[in-house]
Design a protein around this ligand. Structure first.
Ligand code: ZN
Length: 328
């Protein structure tokens, strides 16, 4: 029974952007992630929900966005995921240094647990990192992207959450979610899922009692989702979390996976998501992300939804550049 509660790691991370077109321009056009689904926010159907991932949209490579047009920026802070790190081959860091500078990004360089890392933000201020690994996870390369194979992002490496206190969250992460303590560097505590070659297998908690509370808005993370293989294990998770006193939601059908949500200490919003059914339920793998997909319940509204959504790929002259978003 215990094995049910060992998550394989991060399923996806969902963040907030202030423009869908600029979000796509950056994640597809600069980072070279594949847009694997364009759909709408099921709870707010006149806004997009964009999903990025590797060529096969595998759990552990997925980053999703709610882009609310012109939404003011929030502030990453305590009680939030405050950085998302992607894995790249260590030999690719020279490429990325130049590529990101050419795109207008300001870079911070550091070493963490012995691995070199480039830090930067997306056009709306979301903190991102690239970690150079000697043997990155074997994810599926997206051939139609702008980044050469040798340098491409290989899924999520880790996510960092900032908290005021460690003990309650550590108990949740270790005893309930089955991640193992994997090291400490200063005030950063690392936890790992069993398979070190799986994308998204690391979860870092940074403890800073003085950190201001995060404020949600453009450029902040909305929630983080962890993997469970299927519906029965998800039900078991739900029961186990309830038993332990966590207020967990009913199962919600997200079409590409099923989800339960709960707030970890300091209101950090977490989700447990099933690996299946996956992103090919409504599109073939070759055409993932190619057109707007709506669940059956929203299909009657399609003409109105399409009329109100701004084009995802506006003509070049109407797109903002990174430096227009981040005037120095
Ligand atoms: Zn989610």
């Amino acid at each position: 029974m215990q094995s049910v509660f060992k998550t394989a790691g991060i399923h996806h991370i969902t963040a907030i952007a202030s423009s869908a077109a600029d979000n796509l321009g950056f994640y597809e056009g600069v980072l070279g992630l594949r847009l694997v689904k364009q759909t709408v926010n099921f709870d707010d159907p006149y806004t997009y929900h964009l999903y990025y991932g590797d060529a096969r949209s595998a759990p552990g490579t997925l980053l999703t966005f709610f882009p609310w047009e012109n939404l003011p920026r929030g502030m990453p802070g305590a009680g939030m995921v405050t950085a998302i790190a992607f894995a790249v081959p260590r030999t690719a860091l020279d490429f990325w240094r130049q590529w990101l500078r050419d795109a207008g990004c300001e870079l911070k360089e550091e070493e963490r647990f012995g691995e070199p890392l480039l830090g930067f933000t997306d056009p709306h201020g979301l903190p991102l990192e690239l970690v150079g690994l000697a043997s990155p996870p074997a994810t599926a390369y997206w051939r139609d992207g702008p980044v050469p194979y040798a340098h491409a992002i290989c899924g999520v490496h880790s996510a960092t959450a900032t908290l005021h206190r460690l003990p309650e969250t550590e108990a949740l992460v270790v005893d309930l979610m089955g991640l193992a303590p994997a090291g400490q560097e200063n005030n950063r505590y690392r936890y790992a899922a069993a398979d070190p070659q799986a994308p998204g297998h690391l979860w870092d908690l940074v403890i800073d009692p003085q950190a201001p509370l995060g404020r949600q808005g453009g450029g902040t993370v909305h929630h983080i989702a962890f993997r469970t293989p299927d519906d029965p294990t998800q039900m078991a998770w739900q029961a186990r979390l309830r038993e332990a006193g966590w207020g967990v939601t009913e199962v919600r059908d997200r079409r590409y996976f099923r989800s339960i949500y709960f707030h970890a200490p300091q209101r950090l919003l977490c989700e447990i998501a099933t690996d299946g059914p996956g992103f090919t339920v409504d599109e073939a793998e070759e055409t993932l992300g190619g057109s707007l997909q709506l669940p059956d319940a929203l299909n009657a509204m399609r003409p109105e939804i399409e009329r109100r959504l701004r084009p995802l790929r506006p003509p070049k002259s109407e797109r903002l550049t990174y430096s227009q978003w981040n005037p120095s």
